[in-house]
Design a protein around this ligand. Sequence first.
Ligand code: NAD
Length: 495
Amino acid sequence: MNATLPLFIDGEHVVSAATEFHQTHDPCTGEARQRVPLSTAAELEAAVAGAARAFQDWRETSVPQRARLMLKYQQLLKEHADELARLISEESGKTLADAHGDLWRGIEVVEQATGIARLLQGDYSENVAQGVDTYSLRQPLGVCLGITPFNFPAMIPLWMFPLAIACGNTFILKPSEQVARTALRLAELLIAAGAPTGVLQVVHGQAAQVEALIDHAQVRAVSFVGSVAGAQAVYRRATQALKRAQCLAGAKNHMVILPDADRETTLRALAGAACGAAGQRCMAISAAVFVGAARHWQEELVDHLRQLRPGPPTQADAAFGPLISAQAQARVQSLIAQGSQEGAVCRLDGRTLTAPAGHAGGYWLGPTLFTGVTPAMAIYREEIFGPVLCALEVDDLDAAIALINANPYGNGTALFTASGASARRFIHQVEVGQIGINLAIPVPLPFFSFTGWRRSFYGDLHAYGEQAIQFYTETKTVTTRWQGQAPRQSSTILT
Ligand code: NAD
């Protein structure tokens, strides 16, 4: 099987006229899987033109009708959950349990979008002057663009288009060329739920296609999730074109372990957060900071990590799957080699893993642990995006906080402790957007927003939650006075 993926324009599968393709491979076996066309300029134009046409009617659709579409959509996503999870696993190599989680976190955003009537409500102030009232309302922008990464084939597209569309916009999705089939299925189901054609278009491509879409005069807003390099390029281009943009980027998430934490719970949580999804999560823990006497726990950590065995989605007890591609595997392997060259101690080397039976061509890597890591080393400075954990040691909590704040990334961090006072200090002082206390992966539910900081985010308004409603709408403020109502003069004027 090496099918060529279609585009999804105006509710139809469209065979691309592209002459260039991205070839994907099954991450578990290395077999060629699908050819993803790099959309032509005419196809991108057709997608934007269709979305702009659809916007004219969609913006006039009543808000309760938009909410009903989302109610139907979340129902369809749940009915198709097994099929979608299988597809996610097939494309990304994730375990089935992980794939269900990927979809479920996306469905939760659709559930939030069902409450769009309340979320879109404006403000009203009566008598701002005599006989004069002011109110504000939110209106959709038009055509919005979303560019998504490979590591959450369902969740991240669902962070974007359901809320944008519920706000009255139409949407162009350019999914990761590595996992684009899931995005196509999500779009088909939105149409099946009753969305008018053209409200959601799916095009394929890489940087060149993204650039053309950003530059298109009818694209009003750009949502991006991916690497730092991609986020910076997209943010620069979109803002240069004077468009609003929210660009979520890479991460290096630290977990701080105080000696008063529960040892067993902490080490189990740490191993899972480092290796889950093969470390290919933007909220994965990639740096463990052992404080004071907790440094002696590292020996036991090796045992916890060793127990985590990767395997294909068909293997029920697999702890995680392979890396996404041969390139990703080669990159992570080379960083591991560099770690040893730079003097870190490789306590567990995932490169020695024997591939699961029948999957020799896959992009496998076992859990890897470096101890004695210092901030100058490449394995600490760079986002590895694999099941590789760097362990560092510091003397006290202040030193741990200083270490985290000196690192350029600020997506997520965690503290494990039994001390409320330590937790309070950590929460107050650490310069990271999402904090877990005795929770290793603190991803907020959709009634909050996903709030990475510093090099992990470029923009002002974050993904999903209230901030996404602001991002996908423009505020209009209206001040009214109706003639014929004689204003009564007030006898007192307060100054
Ligand atoms: P990537 O940056 O390679 O690709 C992401 C998307 O951007 C893809 O659709 C790709 O085609 C496109 N793209 C790549 N380079 C581009 C460029 N120069 N201009 C325009 N578009 C470009 O990222 P990836 O490898 O697919 O995903 C992994 C990365 O995403 C990791 O760094 C991870 O931390 C990050 N990520 C961040 C979050 C978050 O919420 N902060 C969530 C998930 C993943």
